[in-house]
Write a protein of this length. Structure first.
Lengths: 195, 322
């Protein structure tokens, strides 16, 4: 009698994405390359690769090319692709997973949307500190970091108009349970990517 | 009818017109909204782009607080006026139900703050759903004292209240009509608006303005082609993008759009005969005066504030390291 030993292989790029996507099975491997997603995408023409092509690249294990493309960052979260996909793939959720993986691998810096994660990071800095978002601060700091000239334009144009119309605060509001929220978020960060 | 109420960050300031008008019409229509005490940001579309479990824990705290504060059993219905908040709350509840692993992990994090949330404890509803399906169009119509006759309205739904449909939506994901029927009930003339559920660009105004302006321009052109006097929306992000960036669109495309972007709750208020100043009018970038004059209402005059000191405008402060 012979015994067979199986050696555990490391997960494929596609399996990594599926593991990191929350909720029920995102059905990524069900893609039939029909292209309905790209045809429904409002920012499709500005993407390096359409979602359909990106999914074929994922299947081919082209991790670096996928994570350094601007495609996930140009996803506007409109969910048109998701409601039209005949295979019911959770496309928008997968785009969020690709953003997180691109940041972890540091590959977003290669993409033409290199400043996009900075916007998200500035936003969550405020949430982590105050518990609420703060539009003036988020927009100003994002532009000061990435497009200084635009920050000047904002401060003198639209930003000033927002202040004048009482649509923007000059200082952020902090929630009362900030300590509680911090404990929760710190624990959540510690637990990390287990979905 | 009682509801928990999660206003979200935008309604505190930028979209205060939405909050004020919703609160103003709630009483006359028999609705009671109890704000969730000490709610936090829902994370918008940003937190989930950076960190998965904290993004769900952030939303989880709000759901747990809403459930906890409903301990007297008044209502497990949680109303959210902002489309992004609505989807984040609803999705977290749904996905925690779908995935026990996710629910356990989120609850381990929530336990660090003494909280716990079980999927289904709270039923998340968008404000439009509540007005259309709980109050009902007939009941609203009965209260109309100043019908919005002759006002041509393009009802704009945007993305996140109708999609993704997988979680059960109260309206069609591609061609919703609930707000159309509501505007008709108020007496307005509803124009055809084929792009009614297309995207306003969301946060792309901050990341790639060219992409955003293209999307905004399509919506404005569509409403202008059908000669709408106003676009009526239900989302603070859609309102901000179409209103505050209309000028940038005109500069970029050589157009001359001048379409006010208003909230559906403001329109209900006008039709119920409430005063425009109690409904947040006057805060829009694109002047609503011409549209309102068609129904005999006036935009309140702007309060002129004198600068108190000649000091420089204060700069926003950066979060402190802790």
């Amino acid at each position: 009698m012979t015994t067979t030993t199986t050696q555990a292989r490391s997960p494929t790029f596609m399996e990594e994405i599926v593991t990191n996507t929350p909720g029920s099975d995102p059905r990524l491997e069900m893609c039939i390359q029909c292209g309905t997603c790209g045809g429904s995408c409002p920012s499709g023409p500005d993407m390096d690769h359409s979602p359909r092509k990106l999914f074929a690249m994922i299947d081919a294990g082209m991790k670096e090319e996928v994570l350094s493309s601007n495609t996930p960052w140009y996803c506007v979260s409109c969910y048109y692709c998701m409601v039209r996909c005949p295979q019911e793939i959770h496309i928008t959720d997968i785009m969020y997973t690709l953003k997180r993986m691109a940041i972890q691998e540091g590959l977003y810096r290669e993409s033409s949307a290199a400043s996009a994660p900075g916007f998200s990071e500035t936003f969550i800095d405020y949430v982590d500190t105050y518990g609420r978002s703060f539009e003036l601060g988020v927009a100003t700091w994002h532009h000061l970091r990435h497009h200084p000239l635009k920050a000047v334009g904002m401060a003198t144009g639209m930003g000033l108009e927002m202040l004048r119309k009482g649509r923007m605060d000059l200082t952020p509001n902090r929630i009362e349970g900030m300590d509680q929220l911090k404990s929760i978020l710190n624990k959540a960060k510690e637990l990390g990517g287990e979905a | 009818m009682k509801y928990g109420y999660y206003p979200g960050c935008s309604l505190e300031k930028n979209a205060s017109a939405y909050h004020d008008s919703a609160m103003a019409v709630a009483g006359p229509l028999g609705l009671e909204f109890n704000e969730v005490k000490d709610w936090n940001c829902c994370g918008a579309t940003e937190y989930i782009s950076i960190d998965l479990i904290p993004a769900y824990a952030l939303v989880g705290r709000n759901l747990a607080l809403a459930a906890q504060q409903n301990s007297n059993g008044d209502s497990n219905q949680l109303a959210a006026p902002c489309s992004a908040c609505f989807l984040n709350l609803k999705k977290a509840d749904q996905y925690m139900g779908d995935s026990p692993d996710l629910a356990n992990t989120v609850n381990t994090a929530l336990a660090a703050g003494g909280l716990n949330y079980q999927a289904g404890d709270v039923v998340v509803r968008h404000l439009l759903d509540i007005f259309v399906n709980d109050v009902g169009l007939d009941a609203i119509k009965e209260k109309v004292t100043k019908p919005l006759y002759n006002l041509r309205i393009a009802p704009y739904y945007g993305c996140l209240i109708v999609r993704p449909g997988s979680m059960g939506s109260f309206d069609d994901p591609e061609y919703p009509t609930s707000m159309d029927h509501m505007m008709s009930a108020l007496g307005a003339e509803v124009v055809d608006f084929p792009l009614k559920a297309h995207c306003c660009g969301g946060h792309m105004t901050q990341i790639s303005e060219d992409v955003a302006l293209d999307l905004i321009q399509r919506l404005l052109k569509n409403a202008a082609d059908y000669e709408a006097d106003a676009i009526v929306t239900l989302c603070p992000m859609c309102q901000l993008n179409l209103d505050a960036y209309q000028d940038n669109v005109n500069k970029k495309y050589g157009t001359n759009y001048n379409i006010p972007i208003l909230y559906f709750t403001q329109m209900i208020g006008l039709a119920l005969g409430l005063k425009p100043e109690d409904l947040g009018f006057g805060k829009e970038f694109i002047d609503a005066t011409p549209a309102l004059s068609k129904i005999g209402a006036e935009v309140p005059p702007k309060a002129k504030k004198k600068r108190q000191s000649k000091e420089e405008l204060p700069m926003p402060v950066m979060p402190q390291e802790s």
